[in-house]
Design a protein around this ligand. Structure first.
Ligand code: TIU
Length: 230
């Protein structure tokens, strides 16, 4: 069928119509990837997340060339923090004697206020900067659907299938795929184009996605996606 692609995936091959497919690039922000950012302060493995930049760039380029709709997300709050779920503020607050969370959302870090919109650290890394034609979704939570217009924007474009990349696998990537699954989207996570702060979290998160004939969706390697889009 013209315009319909099939790639090797778990738990079985993933078939997607190009015209109604979107690429989601989740939270490839300096705050999660570069030294001194929010993820670094959380104790995340930055080498692991930095390793996902090049494969995400390859995926982004292939999708741009193939005319796939492209959505980037950014996690962050308005400067007043009025949109910050209280759970995010409370559970990431610096407890007495806890040196790991010595800074919290909204505090001043080396790249500006942590996870606050408009700050340098909140924006996407240089390598993956969105083009003017691409959609950028600012989200106050971990998932991309809560309190954002993404559902309406995907529906408006007739999107039914999602290629999902970005960081972190265990957190915003997984939450987004689970939210998408509940809303009827067929999603595939791309192994090399996502990364977590802990290797076992990535393995477990991806295994859970495709377990039991696709509990939440599909998992595919980057190579077959690039081949199919070429
Ligand atoms: N903490 C963690 O692993 N991630 C986040 O807080 N946000 C995203 O995953 N983007």
């Amino acid at each position: 069928q013209p315009g319909v692609l099939t790639i090797e995936a778990k738990p079985y091959p993933f078939t997607f119509p190009l015209k109604s497919t979107a690429l989601l690039v989740i939270d490839m922000q300096r705050d999660f990837i570069l030294p001194g950012g929010f993820g670094d302060i959380q104790g995340g493995n930055l080498e692991a997340v930095q390793a996902s930049i090049a494969p995400t760039k390859a995926l982004l380029q292939a999708c741009r060339n193939a005319g796939v709709h492209i959505f980037h997300t950014r996690e962050g709050q308005v400067p007043s923090l009025a949109d910050c779920p209280s759970s995010k503020l409370i559970r990431q607050a610096a407890a007495p004697g806890n040196s790991q969370h010595f800074k919290v959302i909204g505090d001043k870090g080396e790249m500006g206020r942590l996870l606050v919109r408009g700050e340098y650290g909140h924006d996407i890394v240089d390598e993956l900067q969105p083009l003017p034609s691409e959609v950028v979704i600012d989200k106050p939570g971990k998932g991309s659907f809560w309190n954002t217009p993404i559902l309406h924007k995907l529906k408006a474009q007739g999107i039914t299938h999602l290629l999902v990349s970005g960081v972190t696998t265990e957190c915003c990537f997984s939450t987004t795929i689970r939210e998408a699954n509940d809303r009827g989207f067929e999603a595939v996570g791309i192994v090399e184009s996502t990364a977590g702060y802990n290797p076992s979290f990535k393995t477990a998160s991806l295994d859970m996605l495709s377990w039991s004939q696709g509990l939440f969706g599909f998992v595919a390697n980057l190579g077959p996606v690039l081949d199919a889009l070429a």
